[in-house]
Design a binder for this molecule. Structure first.
Ligand SMILES: NC(=O)C1=CN([C@@H]2O[C@H](COP(=O)(O)OP(=O)(O)OC[C@H]3O[C@@H](n4cnc5c(N)ncnc54)[C@H](OP(=O)(O)O)[C@@H]3O)[C@@H](O)[C@H]2O)C=CC1
Ligand SMILES: O=C(O)C1=N[C@H](C(=O)O)C[C@H](O)C1
Length: 271
């Protein structure tokens, strides 16, 4: 099969630059386009030079339409507004859309589902193998332990992260809720402050720390009578996420339209 031609949107961002580098290192994939916001100071620059891998001949532009028309897939770690817009364009072009963007609300997910009727959309709050394995473990542990074990999800990220709780924290909370057979929306406790009253039985709590350059750290705490089980993942480098995104794109090529997760890509759905 020919190399998969990939576009990176948000190409000047932290993840965008890492994705450009990872495409360069991945057999079977080639960079065919790089998109940034209109008005970005990165417009006109070579995406490879910006990513520190040398000249690629792919200049960063702000019009996705002609670029998507020549591509097989798009890697998208941007913002919820940008991602929902790109999902419509990717669906029109019938190309694979890998969505790493977090902070997506229910309406945004509805727009991704609509796009997935026409194209392959792979969405996950965390593209790393380790976190998706951790989620499968959290599901199992939650299914095994009773309600006398309180579940708390704790995360820490760098000072520039704009959304909380992180997409990963929500993914882990969702896995724990599935294990318990409950709906996360009805049991989540966020942002405790002041006289909160005692913890509600069966709640799944979230706490978010921000600071420094932390790539991403997550723990699911099961706190029971006189003992605690803590499942943790520490991301040491963003290439974890970009390599997962590349794996997802290559997996998605030629598949039937639909909304897929990293569990599908990694074969973890039955664990
Ligand atoms: N699922 C996963 O595994 C991971 C997910 N993420 C998520 O990815 C997202 C991005 O993170 P990060 O790279 O750190 O953030 P950055 O802010 O560094 O990068 C986002 C980039 O997208 C650009 N952008 C925003 N809107 C548009 C648009 N309409 N068109 C083109 N480009 C646009 C931004 O430009 P500008 O600055 O001009 O707005 C910026 O360059 C976040 O939601 C984060 O949580 C991050 C790591 C892993
Ligand atoms: O913004 C980040 O940096 C990250 N975002 C994702 C999230 O919200 O969970 C994934 C990773 O933890 C890094």
């Amino acid at each position: 099969m020919s190399e998969m031609r990939l576009v990176v949107v948000g190409a000047a961002g932290r993840m965008g630059r890492m994705l450009v580098k990872t495409i360069h290192e991945t057999p079977g994939a080639t960079l065919c386009g790089a998109i940034e916001n209109a008005g970005s100071i990165a417009l006109g620059q070579d995406a490879g030079l910006l990513a520190g891998i040398g000249e690629t001949g792919v200049k960063i532009v702000d019009d996705p339409l002609p670029v998507f028309a020549k591509a097989d897939g798009v890697l998208d770690f941007t913002s919820p507004d940008a991602t929902t817009h790109f999902s419509e364009l990717a669906a029109q072009a019938r190309i694979v859309h890998v969505v790493g963007t977090t902070g997506l609300g229910a309406a945004d997910m509805g727009r991704l589902e609509a796009a997935a009727r026409h194209a392959v959309v792979i969405q996950s709050g965390n593209m790393s193998l380790g976190v998706n394995l951790l989620a499968a473990l959290a599901r199992k542990v939650a299914a095994t332990l009773g309600e006398e074990f309180d579940i708390e999800v704790v995360e820490m990220h760098h000072r520039n992260k704009v959304d909380a709780p992180s997409g990963t924290a929500l993914l882990l909370g969702e896995a724990a809720a599935q294990g318990r057979g409950i709906a996360l929306a009805d049991h989540s406790e966020r942002g405790r402050d002041g006289i909160t009253g005692a913890r509600k039985p069966g709640a799944i709590g979230f706490a978010a720390l921000r600071g420094g350059t932390v790539v991403g750290e997550h723990s699911v705490v099961f706190a029971g009578p006189h003992e605690r089980i803590v499942l943790s993942h520490l991301a040491e480098d963003r290439s974890l996420f970009s390599r997962g995104a590349l794996r997802a794109a290559l997996w998605g090529r030629g598949r039937k339209p639909g909304l897929y997760s990293m569990d599908d890509v990694l074969g973890l759905a039955d664990i």
